[in-house]
Design a protein around this ligand. Structure first.
Ligand code: ATP
Length: 298
């Protein structure tokens, strides 16, 4: 049975003057997933998240939250960190969060939960201006949990965080996901996305070039780097090879080869030997999101 869609985007396009930042973008986030939106600088991540949070208006296309056109009630079910929330420098964290809860029209009974989750309980009565930039970012992330929303939308949440902050953020995301929340986060940091996300969407120039389960994208496949004496002979052999999903000659005589599921580098080596291709070097590597990403960006 297909999971319920929490956020569905159909043909979203956004122009800034002459610049087309989003180009008929389609995307689907299912209930209970941790969805990483990846893409190089300027690919449209912030624009996408700003539109679905109602901060920006699209030029054309539609999006649906919980299977419906967005309205005030659907927004109450979403906690987001897109732009830095406006905290008052001279108010304490406690007072800032009480105010934010009132603005968002949610109760302020979970302020301790928010501060505890962000590891800031000890700073409850510190003034906002006295926090370091990393602690401010922790507060901003924690504040998205006010009112216990069903969905979290986070744009580059790792900004300013130290390694401990990264690891705490992963912990928050996993915990909130275990509690049934759906999480959408935009990031550059492929390794972080690979560690925490169940699903990924990869943006390039405002369109989605790949979407799927992280496990499926990485599973079973091995990347093999092969150096050969005779590149042309290798191309002829690889072009008709049942073991190979795709290959690319990165430099003369040096190939990056993605094997089909259940085939090993040893099978490939044997095959090339049988075809008379002399292999001078063969290196196997686990497929990573980074290597998939870099291939897609070519
Ligand atoms: P980054 O990873 O650098 O934050 P991004 O993937 O979030 O990038 P966006 O910020 O959505 O990308 O920008 C997409 C494109 O739209 C970029 O070319 C950007 O320069 C452009 N852009 C964004 N905001 C505006 C604006 N207000 N006016 C004009 N162009 C804009």
């Amino acid at each position: 049975m297909a999971s319920e869609s929490v956020l569905k985007i159909n043909g979203l396009t956004k122009h800034y003057g002459n610049l087309k930042a989003l180009d008929s973008l389609d995307m689907n986030v299912e209930q209970g997933t941790i969805y990483g939106l990846l893409g190089p600088n300027g690919s449209g991540k912030t624009t996408t998240l700003s539109i679905v949070m109602g901060i920006l208006r699209q030029s054309s296309g539609k999006y649906y939250w919980f299977g419906r056109e967005p309205d005030y009630r659907s927004r109450l079910k979403i906690g987001s960190l897109i732009e830095q929330p406006v905290f008052y420098p001279y108010l304490t964290l406690n007072d800032n969060l009480r105010l934010l809860a009132r603005i968002r029209d949610v109760g302020d009974h979970d302020i301790n939960h928010v501060l505890g989750t962000s590891n800031l309980l000890k700073r409850k009565y510190s003034r906002y201006k006295d926090l370091s930039s990393g602690l401010k970012q922790r507060l901003a992330i924690g504040a998205t949990l006010l009112g216990d929303p069903q969905v979290l939308v986070l744009d580059e949440p790792t900004k300013s965080l130290d390694p401990e902050g990264f690891s705490d953020l992963r912990e928050i995301i996993r915990k909130e996901s275990d509690r049934g929340k759906t999480i959408v986060l935009a990031s550059h940091i492929l390794d972080e996305v690979e560690k925490v996300c169940t699903h990924v969407g990869i943006l390039k120039s405002g369109s989605l070039v790949m979407e799927g389960r992280v496990k499926d994208i990485l599973s079973g496949k091995e990347v093999v780097y092969v150096s050969v004496e005779d590149g042309d002979k290798a191309i002829r052999a690889l072009s008709n090879c049942q073991l190979v999903e795709k290959y690319e000659e990165e430099q003369s005589g040096n190939f990056r080869i993605l094997l089909k599921d259940n085939h090993t580098p040893a099978d490939l080596n044997q095959y090339l030997f049988e075809k008379g291709v002399a292999v001078s070097r063969l290196v196997r590597q686990k497929n990573t999101l980074e290597s998939e990403f870099l291939q897609l960006m070519k």
